[in-house]
Design a binder for this molecule. Structure first.
Ligand SMILES: N[C@@H](CCC(=O)N[C@@H](CS)C(=O)NCC(=O)O)C(=O)O
Length: 221
């Protein structure tokens, strides 16, 4: 199947866009990427994005939004599949992809918590999710099973950010989760993942946390 030109509208720090970039790269699909500033959204972007959110995928003259939907579309129009075949197994993967969105939101709230109390309550919610994720992973190499799938492309942005928090802020939030730490090492070195964020991502990410008055940065907890 020949594809129409693909352009992904992105914000350099957005984990939801990163999901789609990983998917594009895992599937070997050619794409262009256009970065916008979410604090100053261009009119052309507001005209095509129903919720004013990235990612938006331009497919020829048409427009698609919502990262999980974009990823399934990309998966369907390219060879091979990153989702399970069997309907129930596929449904479970979709359910956990939705769950992964909640983990990303939780991680955002944790990073941007500005008081010790808020940080602690976000941390306990985040750790509950890490425990559930570790249980879900079990002995598997990937959340999707033996091979990386859409569930992985949806959750990996969490690990990209945890690695920056560890390297730049000396806080290892995966310390009590050895299987997740091993998973993180396994996936972050993949070309599709390493190339899914801009080279200056770690600095930009820490700058954003600082700008939001992050307790994680100020207390170097
Ligand atoms: N459910 C959406 C979430 C996308 C989202 O929240 N994007 C954020 C940036 S990471 C955004 O564009 N926010 C702009 C705004 O809310 O004004 C998806 O999965 O694509």
């Amino acid at each position: 199947m020949s594809l129409k030109p693909i352009e992904l509208i992105s914000f350099k720090l957005c984990p939801f866009v990163q999901r789609s970039v990983i998917t594009l790269r895992e599937k070997g699909i050619d794409y262009d990427i256009t970065y916008i500033d979410l604090r100053n959204k261009p009119d052309w972007f507001l005209a095509i994005s129903p919720l004013g959110k990235v990612p938006v995928l331009k497919y020829g003259d048409e427009v698609l939004f919502e990262s999980a939907v974009i990823n399934e579309f990309l998966d369907e129009v390219s060879p091979g599949s990153l989702l399970a075949d069997e309907p129930f197994a596929k449904a479970i993967q979709r359910a956990w992809i939705e769950y992964a969105s909640q983990v990303l939101m939780n991680q955002y709230m944790l990073g941007n918590a500005s008081s010790a109390d808020d940080y602690q309550s976000q941390l306990s919610a985040f750790e509950q999710k890490l425990a559930q994720l570790q249980q879900l992973l079990g002995e598997q190499a990937f959340f999707s099973g033996d091979a990386l799938g859409l569930l992985d492309t949806s959750i990996i942005p969490v690990f990209t950010r945890l690695a920056v928090i560890k390297d730049k802020l000396s806080t290892d939030l995966l310390k009590g989760y050895p299987s997740l730490a091993a998973y993180s090492e396994r996936v972050l070195v993949r070309e599709s993942v390493a190339g899914s964020v801009v080279a200056e991502f770690p600095e930009l990410f820490v700058e954003m946390l600082k700008g939001n008055g992050s307790y994680l940065v100020s207390a170097a907890v």
